[in-house]
Ligand binder design. Structure first.
Ligand code: ADP
Ligand code: MG
Length: 264
């Protein structure tokens, strides 16, 4: 489904600010995988998404989506295959436009060459999809999206991403800016849509409980590398304390290696 092959990303190469954000990362994501991704700030999680989405071209390595090498495909061309949701609920929808106009834009993404005009049949389709959110938005097609709450906007962003049928959906702490109740609502919708539409999902989260509860695979990133890749069976046994312990073990090993090197 998606293959990341020895990808490195170095910012400001050859300057005093040189920073290797990704260090030789390889990853195979399979069709229907729901991968949760954890790691401290600066670990390289968002940079990995930027490489997948084409926001940045990796310094080294290749990226394949559905067996197509997209390493150098521009971001706007890749966006047909990639759904991406950010932490900020205002980024995914256009606040000054009505709900129905926002939905037309996402609908068009799938049918680029066709001229789509809004008619009652399309409105009925939008309403039926919006009903799945269970937020009453199906009755607010003419309202500007800026009138909606953060939770409603993020739920809408999620629905629009799903309807554009991405090969992979990249969630970057998409519930972190919401209050706990809305975060739960959006997480429940995420899980529901993932199952219903058989999505392939990667979800960065700082919420350990969410990282363990959702998905069939858990990745931990640190210093630009994937340091843990835990599959479904092992994940179901894992506790938050267990994850923390695994992280400590890895860090200790690193320290031990550094110390060894220093003593040579
Ligand atoms: N556009 C950029 N220019 C320079 N450095 C960057 C850029 N984007 C990210 N970085 C650096 O790359 C490292 C990884 O960042 P990031 O991928 O955002 O981490 P995470 O999402 O795991 O918190 C950090 O040290 C960050 O400062
Ligand atoms: Mg980030």
């Amino acid at each position: 489904m998606m293959k990341i092959d020895r990808v490195s990303m170095t910012f400001n190469q050859g300057t005093p600010d040189e920073n290797q954000a990704l260090n030789n990362v390889s990853l195979d994501v399979h069709d229907g995988d729901f991968v949760t991704v954890i790691g401290s700030n600066g670990a390289g999680k968002t940079t990995l998404y930027n490489a997948i989405a084409g926001t940045y071209t990796p310094t080294e390595g290749r990226i394949f989506i559905r067996d197509i090498d997209v390493t150098r495909t521009p971001e706007f061309k890749r966006s047909r295959y990639i759904g991406r949701i950010f932490q900020n609920p205002l980024l995914g929808t256009a606040g000054k436009m009505s709900l129905e106009d926002n939905m037309v834009i996402c609908h068009k993404k799938g049918y680029k060459s066709l001229k789509i005009s809004l008619n009652n049949k399309l409105r009925e389709y939008f309403r039926s999809r919006l009903r799945e959110l269970d937020m009453g938005l199906e009755n607010r097609l003419k309202d500007n999206v800026e009138l909606f709450s953060g939770g409603q906007r993020q739920a809408l962003t999620l629905l629009m991403a799903v309807l554009s049928e991405p090969a992979i959906l990249l969630l970057d702490e998409h519930t972190a800016a919401l209050d706990p109740r809305n975060a739960e609502i959006v997480m429940n919708l995420t899980e529901k849509f993932a199952k219903e539409y058989k999505l392939t999902v990667m979800m960065i989260t700082h919420n350990m409980q969410h990282a363990l509860q959702y998905g069939n695979r858990l990745l931990m990133m640190d210093s630009g590398q994937i340091v843990l890749d835990i599959d479904s069976e092992e994940k179901s046994q894992l506790t938050i304390d267990g994850v923390v312990q695994r992280f400590r073990d890895i860090k200790k090993k690193e320290l031990a290696n550094d110390q060894l090197l220093l003593h040579v």
